[in-house]
Write a protein that binds this ligand. Sequence first.
Ligand code: NAD
Ligand code: LMR
Length: 332
Amino acid sequence: MSSPIRVVVTGAAGQIAYSLLYQIAKGDVFGADQPVILHLLDIPPMMEVLGGVVMEIIDLALPLVTEIVPTADPTVAFKDVEAAFLVGAMPRQQGMERKDLLSANVKIFKVQGEALDKYAKKTVKVLVVGNPANTNALVCSRYAPSIPRENFTAMTRLDQNRGRAQIAERLKVNVGQVKNVIIWGNHSATQVPDANSATVDLGSGPVPVTGALKNDEWLKGEFITTVQKRGAAVIAARKMSSAVSAAKAAGDHMHDIWHGTAPGQFVSMGVLSDGSYGAPKDVVFSFPVTIENKEWKIVQGLQVADYHKPLLEATGKELLEEKAEAIEVCEH
Ligand code: NAD
Ligand code: LMR
């Protein structure tokens, strides 16, 4: 057994954390031989609810959990953490876009960036889930200058999982057979789900999804809009935003940061843009990445279809607008 690592989950009394904590506690994220000390942060009015969550984690009777630290104090929550799931933020309601949450949520990520800067390990890997996730990740990193900016990533893994599942359903194959679906840009309705580099294994090794799917028009239209609007569709049906699928995606994302991507495979996540594929620089843009030794690298040289190019431009433009608004909110 390794020595325990400290892992913080913010919004620990909320919907997503309720599913996420189980995955972390049973070893799905950091490994079956990696004990964890769980730091659970929420706001003071949620401390009673958080107490109930702590009781349930104890009752899981999972040996990898060596200690639980419930708190409303960021100085305690972020102390010496090696991994941070920043989930705590307001979710959107029906009829809202995720960027409508910006003014309410972005300051949370400013404060938490400052706390990470002061108290966390400098190697901490930070996954931002709270919306608008890309811009919150950007803000968080700007207020944590002593931590490498590459350590801050935003979650578009749920969109990737949604895309894989849509393709699997269309091809009537198991979702495990579909790989390398890309999400470009923002975790918003402007995101660009792209299956042109995706593969499906129909029994004799991976082949392009574009070839397997005879109806190419579906990939250019309904596939994109279904994934773009899936979060809103879940809210319309559940009257609450996605939770178990979001938690699973957060676990998948951190798992791959910790353990790396499999050979020949890439995953999508919001990372600091270096301008690859014509994206604006210095925003958190979702790219296909490979991961090795806990460091991501943007996959280069993929073909972007002509019909995707204006969509990539639009999602980049939205991220620049969100960034300008976030700076305005944080500085005033
Ligand atoms: P929720 O309302 O159930 O839980 C949020 C929790 O965060 C609450 O317990 C709240 O008290 C807490 N919180 C608020 N401010 C906090 C702060 N400053 N510090 C610590 N905790 C704080 O919401 P949820 O369903 O768990 O969703 C959380 C966030 O995740 C929302 O912003 C939602 O839009 C977002 N989300 C993102 C994705 C994605 O794919 N990136 C997917 C689903 C949800
Ligand atoms: C999602 O994609 O389900 C989340 O970002 C929640 C939302 O607001 O759509």
